[in-house]
Design a protein around this ligand. Sequence first.
Ligand code: HEM
Ligand code: HEM
Length: 178
Amino acid sequence: MSRYRKVAITLHWLMSLMIVGNLLGGFLHDLVPRENGQRAFVMMLHTSFGLTIIALTLVRLGWRLANPPPALPDYFTGGERLLARAAHWAFYIAMLALPLTGWALTNRNDRPLLFFGLFEVPKFGLDTLTARSFGEIHETLGWVMVALLALHIIGIIKHHMMDRDNLMPRMGIGRQRG
Ligand code: HEM
Ligand code: HEM
């Protein structure tokens, strides 16, 4: 097997969109005006997609344990293998730690946490000060996620342009090269 399966590919791209959207929404929400609840709406999307990411990461990890990924190409050096594995696991850790610290942060006020406006999600019952500390961690992890994404994209571009290999087709983009 030389490529990821459809389930892994679908989850990868769906979650990439949600995570990039949440990074933008998180860092840039101050630019959205407060009038007519516009900023509150953006944050409702942020928290709801964030909670969805926790659920999807658990599904994705479970699916991955049952369906191991395709082996890395033979010509990968020991160092490259280690870097790729470390970066992928760091992503999975960040995909859980980032939304969980965001969830803890919502305890900074008494506003209800609504899932896409449909129903209320319980909070952790933390005091305001502790919640704010989680906010600091949430922000730092946001930057960690940006750094991981930069490393990931640089790695993929290097393999695509310089090694001219098949990493993109493994993740469902383009045809396999001979
Ligand atoms: C925040 C967004 C992203 C996250 C969290 C993410 C996460 C991951 C993870 C965890 C894997 C390893 C899958 C596994 O073995 O379980 C992976 C593989 C991959 N990602 Fe991403 N990714 C993101 C965005 C992107 C983007 C923008 C690209 C395109 C440039 C990309 C291209 C790939 C490719 C080609 C692979 C397969 C690498 C291989 O064959 O081993 N990813 N990604
Ligand atoms: C992978 C998912 C998530 C990502 C990538 C993400 C990213 C971010 C980022 C980058 C910030 C800006 C930090 C700053 O500059 O201070 C932020 C703020 C925030 N996030 Fe998240 N977040 C995620 C999930 C969540 C979840 C699940 C919740 C709550 C249930 C949440 C609640 C918040 C709140 C309340 C803020 C503060 C907004 C403000 O300053 O008023 N986040 N998030």
